[in-house]
Design a binder for this molecule. Structure first.
Ligand code: 5GP
Length: 126
């Protein structure tokens, strides 16, 4: 299937510098910033700088350098926040929503990293 990326989405606008963000970490290929409506004391969004809609799009079409940078940056965010299992932050949850059933709001691939409180079971009843 052909993926269609909408360059007007809010994260594309953040990447173009049209909208401010609270950056946690930036690399050549990846930006990590705080969610505007945090669902936990720490709620970080990690996004690739390239135009990918969702996880599978990123997985199939991103370069090895982009893929490596994204996952390493995600780990680095966890290290910076001190939320790795065994650290004071006590663990985290990483989630990526995709498409309609995944309730994805912003059509630019992103990983949510949530931490800072017990997060309960992964899914609640619909
Ligand atoms: P999704 O539902 O697509 O997985 O998550 C999108 C996330 O983007 C939501 O948690 C929402 O709060 C966040 N978000 C939407 N607009 C903005 C914005 O302008 N700035 C920031 N930092 N986060 C945003």
């Amino acid at each position: 299937m052909a993926y269609v990326y909408d360059p007007t989405n809010i994260f594309a606008r953040i990447l173009r510098g049209e909208i401010p963000n609270n950056t946690v970490l930036e690399t050549d290929h990846t930006l990590a910033f705080r969610d505007i409506q945090p669902q936990a004391p720490d709620h970080i969004l990690v996004i690739p700088k390239g135009p990918y809609v969702c996880l599978d799009h990123f997985a199939f079409e991103a370069s090895d350098a982009e893929l490596l940078d994204f996952i390493r940056t995600s780990g680095e965010v966890c290290r910076m926040l001190g939320i790795r299992p065994g650290e004071a932050g006590g663990g985290y949850r990483a989630i990526s929503n995709a498409g309609e059933n995944g309730a994805q709001e912003v059509p630019h691939y992103h990983l949510h990293i949530l931490a800072g409180r017990p997060l309960g079971r992964m899914l609640n009843p619909a």
